[in-house]
Structure formats: C-alpha cells, structure tokens
Write a protein that binds this ligand. Structure first.
Ligand SMILES: Nc1ncnc2c1ncn2[C@@H]1O[C@H](COP(=O)(O)OP(=O)(O)OP(=O)(O)O)[C@@H](O)[C@H]1O
Ligand SMILES: [Mg+2]
Length: 225
C-alpha cells in the first residue's frame, strides 16, 4: 500500500508537486501526464530519491521520512537509461551485487543468480561485460538485478523509453503480467498502461485524476486536444 498525505515538493523556487494525497492498494499502478507535470518527482518520492518539502509518504506503512533505509529496501527503482544501473563489470556480478550483505554462502549466491539470469533470458550473457549489452538486454539486466532483491514494490520511470517495440513488450509483460508484487509504471506510452488496475494523471504538479485507465487516458487526451 502506497500512501501520500498532503505531499508537496519544491526545488529551490520551483513547485514540482503540490497537495498530493492518495491511497494506492492496487497492484499495477500507471502514471501519465505531460512533460514536467510531476511524474518523476512522484516516482522518486516512493524510494526516497526525492524528499517531500511537506507532507508524508509511506510504503507498506513504513514512513520514508522516518525510516528511509527500511523503506528503500522494499522499493526497487528502474530508470529509462539502464546504463545508470549497471554497477559491476559482468552481467552475473551485477546481479550478484544486489544480494550483497544477505549472508548467503557462495553456493547459494551462485544458484540464486543463475536462477534469476535464466528467468530473464540472460544465462548466455552471464560472463559478458554488462556495458556491452544492447539497451533491451541492459533493461532486462536492470530488472533482474532489482527483482532478485525481492522488493515489495517496483517503481519504473519510463523503462521502455529507449527500447524497440519487441523489448518494450517484454518489459511490459514482465512488469504487468509476471511480476507479482506492486508496480508503479510511469510512461508516455499510453498503450503500455491501459491494462493497469489504476491510472494516475498528473497535470502541472497536481494529481489531476486517479481512476480506471480508459477514462483517465480519454481525459488526458482531452486535456491537450
Ligand atoms: N532536481 C530538480 N531541480 C529543479 N527542478 C526540478 C528538479 N526535478 C524536477 N524539477 C521540476 O519539477 C517539475 C516536475 O518535473 P518531473 O521531472 O517530475 O516531471 P515529469 O512529469 O517526470 O516530466 P517528463 O515527462 O519530462 O519526464 C518540472 O518543472 C521540473 O523542471
Ligand atoms: Mg520524468
């Protein structure tokens, strides 16, 4: 459950979000709105990358302002540009890095990494240099590295922006069909979010609408027609 209570975010003098209150128990949450409307600011609030200037943000009853580390541990973040998420030299090392500090034996680590690589079709690439992968392969690597840590929530900010139609469909299928946890999917690709359980529409820093996808998409189109 995601809970925002009267949240505003101001960067220097610029109001990025104001007066956002919303309760989101749904599993698959889509976020749409024009450039600069506040979508990324909303997404970044959910894992503490952005702090509210006023108001509170909680994920599964953990208040991000009070216990940022515990809150962050349950939120995995996916950026548009998967290059930003590669930390280690090879594919397998990058995925294994997500399990650091979990006290696993080398054998347990290897088996969990192998299983995760298999799930994302990355087994053949395990020992390749992570930066040598294609954009689509890198985004699958980012998803692999994020999900292996078993977050309760994945927040993806335009995860398909750099991908071709086939890779976009793969990411969409993973996030909206396979992934059993909660997901917040920010996108300009309206087709991507039409099967979500709920859509949020931001407009000029305000949460303009929360509702059923077809209605929210229709109102969005009307808003700039
Ligand atoms: N770090 C920052 N410093 C100053 N202003 C910022 C910062 N981040 C966002 N903003 C401003 O806040 C507003 C909302 O930005 P945000 O990135 O949330 O929009 P967005 O809906 O994600 O847009 P886009 O579709 O272009 O990604 C914009 O006016 C933006 O310029
Ligand atoms: Mg954005």
């Amino acid at each position: 459950m995601i809970l925002l209570n009267s949240v505003s975010v101001t960067f220097e003098n610029k109001v990025a979000l104001s007066g956002v209150s919303v309760q989101l128990p749904q599993q698959r949450i889509g976020v749409i709105g024009l450039n600069g409307s506040g979508k990324s600011t909303f997404a970044r609030l959910l894992n503490g990358l952005v702090k509210p200037t006023s108001g509170t943000v909680a994920v599964n009853a953990i208040n991000l302002s009070i216990d940022a580390r515990a809150a962050r541990a349950q939120v995995g973040f996916i950026f548009s540009n998967p290059d930003l998420q590669i930390i280690m030299p090879t594919v397998a090392e990058d995925v294994a890095f997500s399990l650091r500090g979990k006290g696993l034996s080398a054998a347990e680590l290897d088996s969990q990494v192998a299983e995760a690589l298999e799930r994302f079709g990355l087994t053949e690439l395990a020992n390749e240099a992570a930066h040598s992968l294609s954009s689509g392969q890198k985004q699958m690597l980012a998803l692999c590295a994020v999900t292996i840590a078993q977050p309760a929530l994945i927040v993806a900010d335009e995860p398909t922006a750099l991908l071709d139609a086939a890779n976009s469909a793969q990411v969409q299928n993973f996030l909206l069909n396979e992934w059993q946890g909660q997901v917040v999917l920010v996108t300009h690709d309206l087709g991507l979010v039409e099967t979500c359980d709920v859509l949020l529409r931001f407009e000029a820093g305000k949460l303009a609408e929360v509702g059923e996808p077809a209605t929210v998409i229709a109102n969005y189109k009307k808003s700039f027609a």
